[in-house]
Write a protein that binds this ligand. Structure first.
Ligand code: NG6
Ligand code: CA
Length: 512
């Protein structure tokens, strides 16, 4: 290449043209919005506010999750809508509080799909904006029409009918049958000569159960519940028979989901994509791959957290390798708070040591105290979001309206009624976020700024089996979270006016 000779007194027409064209091009590029970011939504299962070193844990190290936090915006007031999986995920994908719809509690493994395919969902909205959409991991929102799925046919409706162009899922949870993967509506590896049958009411087939044959249990036995069909040496909730060739090996689950997620990113690297990656870790049964066993010193629960950290690292590495990291919005969160003993004797209690899965918060999974729904919540988007910490009040229910704003789509009226556009808060441009949030665990609580109101309720104060404080109290509770993040001082008696106002507001929101 030779630079053209330039005579300043008689400028070369070609050079002038090139310079003008260059200037024009760069001005035009500056005025154009950057290409829409890819979106990777990572939803952990039962990971607590205090379970990662990103959120202050010192006895467990989660370097990959920490990396998202270090390079992104870490929220201290990020919420799931409910303290269990199904309603939490329902809200995240539909933008509607799950308690507005009947039948959105923790679902059995053979439940019908609870999201109406006619409604606007987060994936459907992104798909309409030109995104390729995929889900890999835990589903737990039901499959099939009324009556539930026939596992031996194409299962529909499911994720592919509510907006995901690709799906590779487990139907419910690891502790619920059937213990098989479903890819785009088909059970993976199913031998048609060995059909799957599932029942949640009565035994079906002749496979051993945890109740009758505890000697067949290999890695762990149940502490409560979980004593029905045994698969892979673990007894589960529900009865199943058939589908032998399709059964998963729990130890390989994280590898399987990770592999599918990585190949999804590889396949769709040249178009905007939305990947919803829902890990099973650290939900029960905690049966991590052999290479993670013993690595945390905290038993299988800690090992499962390390395993999920590894999975997430694989996704981050893939984004780096494909040079996608800069313009990919990664959202990291969890579906509900932590639980230590959730039904299996797996050393989680004995080996917990000084680790506090709930961090400075009170309660845990199933609870209306903060640890039930306040969860890890991190947003990383190197091209746009400045790293740091945000105290803005943000909720998973707002992802739908916020992502709609991001991709320039309107939310159709009447859809996603509880989803508020909080894009500015999510991008670090608004330090406040929502002004209130409803917390739900069967009954209700309202967070309004610094104040937390828990409506009176009968019922046990503690879930004895999981050893979780549930926040049930026949008297109203009021806490000042700014002064008392651990909800130790009930101020309701001192501030009856505030209690009354918040109770009325909660009623209005629920009716709204
Ligand atoms: C409970 C299970 C628990 C877990 C939970 C759902 C028993 C005794 N306990 O009913 O182990 O599966 O449901 O967890 O069966 S969630 O994270 O999917 O909401
Ligand atoms: Ca969960």
């Amino acid at each position: 290449f030779r630079w053209p000779k330039v005579d300043c007194r008689r400028p070369n027409v070609g050079v002038v043209f090139m310079a003008v064209a260059l200037l024009w091009c760069s001005a035009w590029a500056g005025a154009q919005p950057a290409a829409p970011p890819n979106i990777v939504l990572i939803n952990m299962d039962d990971l607590g506010y205090g379970d990662t070193s990103a959120y202050g844990a010192t006895t467990i190290k989660t370097p990959q999750i920490d990396r998202i936090a270090r390079e992104g915006l870490r929220f201290t007031n990020g919420y799931a809508t409910s303290a269990t999986c199904t309603p939490s995920r329902f809200s995240m994908l539909t933008g509607k509080y799950a308690w507005r719809q009947e039948g959105t509690g923790v679902l059995p493994g053979n439940a019908a799909l609870i999201i109406d395919p006619a409604r606007t969902t987060l994936p459907a909205l992104l798909r309409s904006a030109g995104y390729h959409t995929g889900v890999v991991g835990k589903w737990h929102l039901g499959l099939g029409g009324a009556g539930g799925p026939d596992w031996n046919q194409r299962i529909s409706p499911g994720p592919n009918e509510i907006g995901f162009a690709y799906s590779f899922i487990m139907a419910a949870t690891g502790d619920r049958v059937p213990t098989v993967y479903v890819e785009d509506g088909r059970v993976v590896g199913l031998d048609p000569k060995d059909p799957i049958r599932v029942d949640y009411e009565k035994p079906i087939g002749d496979w051993p159960t945890g109740k009758a044959n505890p000697e067949l249990l290999t890695t762990q036995r149940p502490s409560h519940g979980h004593d029905q069909t045994i698969v892979n040496g673990v007894s589960r909730i529900g009865y199943m028979t058939g589908g032998k060739a399709a059964l998963w090996r729990d130890q390989d689950m994280a590898d399987t989901f990770t592999r599918k997620a990585v190949s999804y990113i590889e396949q769709h690297q040249r178009e905007p994509f939305f990947l919803y990656f829902a890990t099973h870790d650290p939900h029960v049964p905690r049966v991590p791959h052999e290479r993670f066993v013993g690595k945390s010193g905290m038993g299988p629960r800690g090992d499962a957290i390390l395993q999920s950290d590894w999975s997430i690292g694989q996704l981050l590495d893939t984004l780096d390798r494909l040079k996608l990291a800069g313009n990919t919005l990664v959202i990291f969160t969890s579906d509900n708070g932590p639980v230590v003993d959730d039904g299996y004797v797996d050393q989680a209690v004995e080996k917990l040591g000084t680790h506090k899965p709930w961090g400075p918060l009170r309660g845990g999974k199933y609870s209306r105290f903060e640890a039930g729904t306040r969860v890890p919540f991190v947003v990383r988007w190197p091209a746009r979001v400045r790293p740091g910490v945000s105290d803005a009040l943000v909720s998973q229910v707002d992802l739908l309206a916020s992502m709609a704003a991001l991709v320039g789509k309107a939310v159709p009226s009447g859809e996603a009624p509880d989803s508020v556009n909080q894009l500015k808060a999510l991008l670090g441009e608004d330090p406040k976020g929502r002004d209130h949030i409803v917390e739900h665990a069967g009954r209700f609580a309202l967070r309004d700024g610094r104040w937390k109101y828990i409506e009176p309720s009968e019922g046990p104060r503690r879930n004895e089996q999981t050893n979780t404080e549930l926040a049930n109290d026949p008297a109203p509770q009021l806490y000042d979270l700014d002064a008392d993040i651990g909800e130790t001082k009930n101020l309701a008696a001192q501030q009856p006016e505030r209690v009354k106002a918040m109770a009325a507001r909660l009623v209005a929101i629920r009716q709204g």
